[in-house]
Design a protein around this ligand. Structure first.
Ligand code: SF4
Length: 339
C-alpha cells in the first residue's frame, strides 16, 4: 500500500448543539484551510473523543509481488518500512489485537480502536476467506470500526459485497492506493495497475455504497493514498492527480512525500542518479496546490510520512511532520481567496 506508521492521535472535539450542527459545519468548512481527519472521525464516531488506529497483519500478500500482476512490487515499496504490524506476522489476529490494545490503553484509556489491516493488499483473497478474517475482529468490544488498505485491482464485486456486509455492523474505511494518476509513472514505478483500473475499482465501490445507502445501510467510506514527487513528475502531474481524486466521493486522502528506502529498486535508481527527490519547499508547494484543488469536504488524513531512520536514505526532511504541516498551512493561508 505504501502506507505509513500511525503515530497520530485523532482527538475528536466537542460537537455543537444538534440544531446548529449543519450550519456550524459549513461555516467552519468555509473558514478552515482544510478538513482534518479528526473532524471526519468525529462525524463517524460521535461517541469518542479519541480514535486510534492499531495495525494488524492478516498474512495477505500482493498481486504485484507474487507474479499475478507483476513481480518485485512497486519500486519504492518495502512493507517493513511502513507497517509495524509485520513484526507480528504469524500471531493470530486476536493476539495481535489484544497486544496492541493493551499497549494503547496505557496512553489512551478511552480511545476507540480502528482495526487497520495495513501491510500488503488486504482484499487480496477469496471473498469467503476475507469475510472470515474480518469476522475475527468485528465483535471485539474495543473495536469501533475497521480500516482496510488495498490496491484498486483487488476489488471484485464479491469482495466489495463482503465490505458492504461488514459496514452494516461497524463503520468501515477502505483505503485504496493510487499514488499518481499518471499512467507513465505507474508503469515506471511498476505499480502493476493503470489509472483505468483505479477508476473501475473505485466506480464499483461507489456504486455498491450507493446501493447500500438506498436500502438504508451506511455503506463504507473511501480513502485514497497518493505519493508526491514520484520520478519524472512535476506540478502539472500533481494537479492532475488531485483533479482525478476530486472526481470521486472520497472521504479522506493520505499524501506522502516520495522517500527512498534502503534495499528497494528505487534506492538503486536513486544511487545511480536516476531519481531526483523533491526539495522541502517544492513538496510543500505541491501539497498546498493539491489541497486547493480537492473538494473542501475531503478530509486530509496526513501529508507527511517517512521510514525508520535505519531504513531511510532520503530526503532528510520527510520525518519533520511539524515543519511540513506548518509550511503547507502557511502557503494555504497566503493563498486563501487566490484559488
Ligand atoms: S501494491 Fe504491493 S508492491 Fe505496491 S506498495 Fe502496496 S504492497 Fe507494496
Amino acid at each position: 500500500m505504501g502506507d505509513q506508521p500511525q503515530d497520530v492521535v485523532y482527538v475528536v472535539s466537542v460537537k455543537p448543539k444538534e440544531g446548529l450542527l449543519l450550519p456550524c459545519f459549513y461555516l467552519w468548512l468555509m473558514a478552515s484551510l482544510y478538513r482534518s481527519y479528526r473532524d471526519f472521525l468525529q462525524e463517524r464516531f460521535p461517541g469518542y473523543r479519541q480514535v486510534r488506529k492499531v495495525t494488524l497483519d492478516a498474512g495477505f500478500t500482493c498481486p504485484n509481488m507474487d507474479g499475478t500482476k507483476a513481480r518485485g512490487g512497486c519500486t519504492y515499496c518495502d512493507n517493513r518500512s511502513f507497517s509495524p504490524a509485520l513484526a507480528m506476522r504469524g500471531d493470530g489476529l486476536s493476539l495481535q489485537l489484544d497486544t496492541q490494545i493493551l499497549r494503547l490503553r496505557t496512553r489512551f484509556p478511552h480511545a476507540g480502536v480502528l482495526a487497520y489491516f495495513q501491510p500488503y493488499s488486504n482484499t487480496y483473497a477469496p471473498a469467503e476467506v476475507l469475510a472470515g478474517i474480518f469476522e475475527q475482529v468485528l465483535d471485539h468490544p474495543d473495536v469501533v470500526g475497521i480500516s482496510v488498505g488495498t490496491r484498486p485491482d483487488c476489488l471484485p464485486a464479491d469482495v466489495i459485497d463482503v465490505l458492504c456486509r461488514v459496514s452494516r455492523r461497524k463503520p468501515l474505511i477502505l483505503e485504496i492506493g493510487l499514488q499518481t494518476a499518471n499512467d507513465a509513472t505507474l508503469l515506471r514505478t511498476n505499480r502493476g495497475h493503470s489509472l483505468a483500473e483505479f477508476r473501475e475499482g473505485v466506480a464499483r465501490c461507489v456504486e455498491a455504497v450507493a446501493a447500500e445507502r438506498g436500502q438504508g445501510f451506511p455503506g463504507f467510506d473511501l480513502c485514497t493514498h497518493l505519493i508526491v514527487g514520484l520520478p519524472g513528475e512535476g506540478m502539472a502531474d500533481f494537479e492532475n492527480t488531485a483533479r482525478v481524486v476530486s472526481e470521486y466521493p472520497f472521504s479522506a486522502v493520505k499524501i506522502h512525500p516520495l522517500h527512498i528506502v534502503k534495499g528497494t529498486r528505487m534506492a538503486l535508481e536513486w544511487e545511480r542518479g536516476n531519481v531526483t527527490i523533491l526539495e522541502f519547499e517544492a513538496y510543500c508547494q505541491a501539497v498546498a496546490r493539491m489541497m486547493s484543488i480537492f473538494p473542501k469536504n475531503l478530509a486530509i488524513e496526513r501529508f507527511s510520512g517517512d521510514a525508520p531512520s535505519d531504513q531511510l536514505l532520503a530526503p532528510s526532511w520527510c520525518g519533520d511532520r511539524n515543519a511540513i504541516v506548518t509550511r503547507v498551512e502557511e502557503i494555504l493561508r497566503g493563498r486563501q481567496g487566490e484559488f
